[in-house]
Ligand binder design. Structure first.
Ligand SMILES: Nc1ncnc2c1ncn2[C@@H]1O[C@H](COP(=O)(O)OP(=O)(O)OP(=O)(O)O)[C@@H](O)[C@H]1O
Ligand SMILES: [Mg+2]
Length: 251
């Protein structure tokens, strides 16, 4: 039987305002497990604000965001949202440059163990080292494991950041402009990495301006404009949709 993928996030009637300015305007949006869902749109469309709602950085004026169709997220704090399974890679790097790649990941695991299980549980050194190896494999930095994070290329740093997000095994992975500033080759590698992260236990939401990258990774594309959905479908269709062309070229 071919089952429709389960909803990870269900957004309904979401309204976000900054003073009198409406950044998200009664938005409906659904992100499904097993999908890479790209959110695109012109500057100021509300893409980052939407991610800020999912991570508790901004607060909704009204509306609802449900995780797994049951847990209301709009009232939770940033920490509660992280513990509930929302993981986000920010554009600005947050790795410790003086530590090695493996040390950064080890630290992330220690922190995750502590926050998740109230300091009662922490995995053994051996188990943590295996877990670090697992992440290194996924992000393709195995040969750099003993390199200081500070000497990594821009792309490698971004992959390490993604690795740090994966440590908590988030149900929802949010990536804001993951290939900004990357070389073509790094962008290509990142597309492979993002595709490899697709899993029935995970929903991936990517905000990105690079349309070729989006076409490579996205199962579904939502085009936001002025805080509302202008288009939803695949990237090929988005590229020829007159309304989409109008917001990108017409203005
Ligand atoms: N904290 C804030 N206070 C006031 N206005 C804000 C705030 N955050 C966002 N905005 C405004 O809300 C609108 C949407 O911003 P947002 O950052 O979500 O756009 P975006 O789609 O991510 O754009 P870009 O592609 O440029 O990153 C913009 O007009 C922005 O100036
Ligand atoms: Mg943005």
């Amino acid at each position: 039987m071919n089952q429709a993928p389960a909803n990870a996030l269900s957004v309904k009637n979401l309204l976000v305002q900054f003073g009198n300015f409406t950044a998200i305007n009664n938005l409906a949006f659904t992100a499904s497990y097993g999908h890479v869902h790209a959110v695109i749109g012109p500057n100021g469309a509300g893409k980052t604000t939407l991610l800020d709602i999912f991570t508790g950085r901004s607060k909704a004026r009204s509306g609802s965001v449900l995780l797994d169709e049951k847990l209301e997220l709009t009232r939770l704090s940033e920490v509660q949202l992280a513990l509930a399974g929302i993981g986000r890679k920010f554009q600005k790097p947050s790795v410790f440059e003086a530590l090695t790649v493996a040390e950064n990941l080890d630290l992330a695991f220690r922190r995750a163990d502590r926050s998740l299980l109230n300091e009662v549980f922490s995995r053994s050194d051996r188990a943590r080292s295996d877990a670090v190896d697992g992440i290194l494999q996924i992000i393709g930095l195995g040969t750099q494991r003993h390199a200081r994070a500070g000497i990594l290329s821009h792309g490698q740093k971004q992959w390490l950041e993604i690795g740090m997000v994966l440590v908590r095994q988030p149900k929802v992975v949010l990536l804001d402009e993951p290939v900004a500033g990357m070389s073509d080759e790094e962008t290509e590698q990142t597309a492979k990495l993002v595709r490899s992260l697709r899993s029935p236990e995970r929903a991936i939401i990517v905000v990105e301006h690079d349309m070729d990258f989006v076409e490579q990774i996205a199962d579904l594309v939502t085009v936001l404009d002025q805080g509302a959905t202008l288009f939803e479908g695949d990237m090929k269709a988005a590229r020829t949709d007159p309304r989409v062309l109008d917001v990108y070229i017409g203005r």
